[in-house]
Write a protein that binds this ligand. Structure first.
Ligand code: 14H
Length: 256
């Protein structure tokens, strides 16, 4: 099917690592490298822990720009029984988006940058009016990548969602455009590794997940309401999304 075809294309890229450049290549490279450098760093005391539940920790910094709330958000989570590649795959692939997203009215892919290597898609999304002000939409590139670390280690997988302009997604009132820079980074650990790697079972897998979000609401919205929504919705997203991936992969062969 189309989907497994897309998966194998992204993994093929992992082996060959030669891909065509396109109009967004430089920007993607810069933004991905920034996330790889900083996201997994522990939080300083400037960050407030707003939610702690089991392995999940959600932090934020209260920041305003010209009276608009743009609080950076950072989450750490550990998920059992799945790989980083699996988590990133379900986060990136539009096939599953509406299964786990609860804050969207719609999602649409408006461009695939390189059809031979579909690791970058441009999305147009309409957000539910959870906002106590005008309804928001978003247009962003979404990029998935596998990053090799040391020989012994499992590779890192990362997905970055970053706001972009697109002729097929003009800003139309009454909608207000969200501006975002979001990254999900995953590292797989093998616990009590069996002697033969072929014997690795799901119970041997642990995935360290980092989710970082810089979201600007794009226009005024009441600060207190926005912060209450963020505090409720980010943990809810992390729980629902990770449970979804566990559920989807339970009886599937492990995708390293
Ligand atoms: O990351 C999430 N979803 C993806 C896939 O749909 C899209 C997201 C994004 C958001 C906005 C613009 C572009 C891209 O990366 C999961 C998001 C869960 C968010 C729930 C919380 C919403 C409350 C936000 C409050 C912001 C305060 C400034």
């Amino acid at each position: 099917n189309t989907n497994s075809n897309a998966i194998s294309k992204v993994s093929a890229q992992k082996e060959t690592a030669k891909h065509k450049s396109h109009r967004l290549s430089n920007e993607i490279e810069r933004i991905v490298q920034d996330h790889l450098k900083y996201d997994r760093e522990n939080v300083s005391d400037l960050w407030e822990l707003i939610h702690h539940e089991g392995e999940m920790k959600v932090y934020r910094r209260e920041v305003e720009e010209n009276g608009i709330v743009v609080d950076p958000l950072k989450c750490f989570h550990t998920v059992k029984g799945v790989t980083g590649r699996e988590i990133c795959h379900y986060f990136f692939d539009p096939t599953y988006r509406m299964d786990w997203e609860t804050t969207l009215d719609s999602t649409k892919v408006i461009e695939t940058l390189d059809k031979d290597n579909p690791d970058t898609l441009i999305f147009f999304q309409l957000h539910k009016r959870v906002w106590p002000s005008a309804q928001r939409d978003s247009c962003f590139w979404s990029h998935i990548r596998c990053v090799s670390t040391g020989e012994e280690d499992q590779p890192l997988w990362i997905v970055v969602n970053y706001t972009t302009d697109h002729a097929q997604a003009p800003i139309k009132s009454p909608f207000v455009r969200l501006v975002a820079n979001v990254a999900l980074t995953c590292e797989t650990q093998i616990i009590e590794p069996p002697l033969n790697p072929k014997d690795i079972k799901r119970e041997n897998l642990l995935c360290k997940l980092t989710y970082v979000a810089f979201v600007n609401p794009g226009g005024w919205a009441p600060a207190a309401a926005l912060r209450a929504i963020a505090k409720r919705e980010y943990p809810k997203f992390l729980k629902r999304f990770t449970s979804y991936v566990i559920e989807q992969t339970r009886d599937q062969p492990i995708l390293f």
